[in-house]
Design a protein around this ligand. Structure first.
Ligand code: CAA
Length: 384
């Protein structure tokens, strides 16, 4: 068993750490407060080759492994989870799905610029449209319809909680074509945002990751060419499930980063804040908190890296990615709450970052499959 990170992976981690400190930290509190999408940060991620990290260079990506992706996601999420979710959705839910299941034509036209994060110099990213007002955890009960009209499909319906909703140029949309076939009647389509009939709803006013733009998206008689369907008829639900299995590694790494960011702030604070005549780090009440935080973070990191390693080595990672996601996200919620407690009153105000990290942690227990859904996936696998 080799726990050693390679020189290349260390370089990627350092690049992500530098980017987080130099490009994300300045203004992160203001972007959170005013819900400002981190456009400059995402453009810089594109320059770094981080918007299509694992995509083959032939299709515009950086050709890196999933372990590097986890390392980068952790570093960026320590500082700015609004930027890292944008990176995660583009990498795992959009680029990966297109690279593995898209046609050659779809890859040339869409994957190449998406993996670069730019087209003609402008921001060019994607979004994943599965959730609906009445289909969240129960993802196969899709109400959005895609009527088969021969050379095209007619798309109607509404999608909810869409990350990158207004900043994306390309949507991967799941829709029901034949309700009599249940989940086997679902297809996934590539839809361009500026097509007639596509409308972007108001931006959600969220508790956390407030910089990321979350919208509902509606489709009214949107004509989607048949060649924009991904895979054979009925592949849409399997596409969503397979893509989400990898996406969950990204969100697990995001949760890990939120936890380790809060832990590092609490650790540093505990060494300089004095109470009862000495640094609070010298009190056992704080020492035990720090010890538990460090231990849980390390366990979450190992789960994330194991799942990434399995993915890189052609092994089944559906079980490990759900385990990594549920454990990392619950660790993030617990660690950030403890970090706020260690900072006391300072933890409760915005300047010290930990209250934001605590608000950001919550969504990692909800999106890309709630903790309850992860436990469904895990229990189904271990009981089968
Ligand atoms: N890989 C391949 N196929 C899979 C699969 C997987 N991982 N999981 C399920 N399938 C297949 C099943 O084998 C089954 O096929 P058969 O009928 O041939 O056996 C079919 O899909 C239906 O599967 P289930 O019967 O297991 O489906 P279900 O209705 O019981 O639901 C579920 C399973 C795991 C709960 C699923 O609905 C789920 O994952 N829900 C959560 C959805 C989710 O994560 N949403 C997140 C939205 S995206 C987001 O948050 C992005 C963002 O913007 C940040």
């Amino acid at each position: 068993m080799d726990f050693q990170i390679s020189d290349e992976q260390l370089m990627i981690r350092q690049a992500a750490r530098d980017f987080a400190r130099l490009d994300c930290l300045p203004g992160v509190i203001e972007r959170d407060e005013h819900q400002i999408f981190p456009r400059e940060q995402v453009l810089k991620l594109s320059d770094l080759g981080f918007m299509g990290m694992m995509v083959d260079p032939e299709y515009g990506g950086s050709g890196l492994d999933t372990v590097s992706y986890v390392l980068a996601m952790e570093e960026i999420s320590k500082v700015d989870a609004s930027t890292s979710v944008c990176m995660s959705v583009n990498n795992s839910l959009v680029c990966w799905g297109l690279e593995f299941f898209g046609s050659e034509e779809q890859k040339r036209k869409y994957l190449h610029p998406l993996a670069q994060g730019r087209k003609d110099g402008n921001l060019y990213i994607g979004a994943f449209l599965l959730s609906e007002p009445e289909a969240g955890s129960d993802a196969s009960s899709q109400h959005t319809t895609a009527e088969d009209k021969g050379d095209h499909y007619l798309l109607n319906g509404t999608k909810n909680w869409i990350t990158n909703g207004s900043s994306a140029s390309v949507y991967l949309v799941m829709a029901q074509t034949d309700p009599t076939q249940g989940s086997k009647g679902i297809n996934t389509f590539i839809v361009e945002k500026d097509q007639p009939g596509v409308s972007v709803g108001v931006k959600e006013n969220k508790m956390g990751i407030r910089g990321s733009d979350t919208h509902s998206i509606s489709f009214s008689d949107v004509k989607v060419p048949r060649i924009n369907r991904i895979g054979d008829h009925g592949f849409g639900f399997t596409f969503a499930m397979k893509t989400l299995a990898g996406g969950r590694i990204g969100i697990a790494a995001q949760a890990l980063g939120i936890a380790s960011g809060a832990y590092e702030l609490a650790l540093a604070y505990s060494k300089q804040r004095k109470a009862f005549g000495t640094e609070i780090a010298k009190h056992q009440a704080i020492q035990f908190k720090l010890a538990d935080m460090a231990t849980r973070i390390e366990a979450a990191r190992l789960l994330c890296l194991k799942s990434a390693w399995e993915k890189d080595n052609g092994q089944d990672y559906g079980l490990s990615s759900s385990m990594a996601k549920v454990f990392s996200s619950e660790t993030a919620m617990w660690v950030t709450t403890e970090a706020v407690q260690i900072l006391g009153g300072y933890g409760y105000v915005k300047e010290y970052h930990v209250e934001r990290l605590m608000r950001d942690a919550k969504i990692t227990q909800i999106y890309e499959g709630t903790s309850e859904v992860q436990r469904m996936v895990i229990s189904r696998q271990i009981l089968k």
